[in-house]
Design a protein around this ligand. Structure first.
Ligand code: S3P
Length: 174
């Protein structure tokens, strides 16, 4: 009906370790919106950790489930702040779902080196369980940075003195 504002639906995209979950949670609290974390919802659905699921069922199966859940969330109408997994932008269908279901989509931009410093000791990330995780992050960044840019309405630099400051910047862009 005329005058009724569309519900605010914000999605955060970016590399693993760019702070999507932390920023998303704070942003939702600040805006008094519900918050969902795609990885966390998937882990609830899977009944196990993403790392464990990668090991037992492989990445492809994970990506199929991720795509199905993202499509559901994109179709659901209500207000929401959604943090996605770093690989959610890889499929064209997911990028379309993000653009169709969320406005704005925000890219938390961070360099591979910065991310490496943040998550080098984090064992929970299956894609970084390789002999040279920094090189792996650089390769992921090279492939994905254009996809994050393509899908996002805005980019914000993830490297900020505080989460609060970063949230302020995102809110200022709404
Ligand atoms: C992945 C990132 C993870 C998780 C899965 C795959 C990726 O999410 O979805 O391990 O391909 O970058 P985060 O970005 O929250 O770490």
């Amino acid at each position: 009906d005329a005058g009724a504002a569309a519900p605010l639906r914000i999605a955060l995209v970016g590399m693993p370790g760019s702070g999507k979950s932390t920023v998303g949670r704070h942003l939702a609290r600040r805006l008094r919106l519900p918050f969902a974390d795609l990885d966390q919802l998937l882990e609830q659905q899977l009944g196990t950790s993403i790392r464990q699921h990668f090991e037992t069922h492989g990445e492809q199966d994970f990506r199929d489930r991720e795509a199905a859940l993202l499509a559901d969330l994109a179709r659901a109408g209500g207000p929401l702040v959604l943090s996605t997994g770093g690989g959610a932008v890889l499929r064209e269908a997911n990028r379309q779902a993000l653009r169709a279901g969320f406005d704005p989509v925000i890219y938390l931009r961070a360099s591979a080196d910065e991310i490496f410093r943040r998550i080098r000791h984090d064992r929970s990330r299956p894609l970084l369980q390789v002999s040279d995780p920094l090189d792996q992050l650089r390769q992921l960044h090279r492939v994905r940075d254009p996809l994050y840019r393509e899908v996002a309405h805005h980019a914000v630099e993830a490297r900020r003195p505080s989460v609060q400051r970063l949230v302020q910047l995102v809110v200022a862009q709404l």
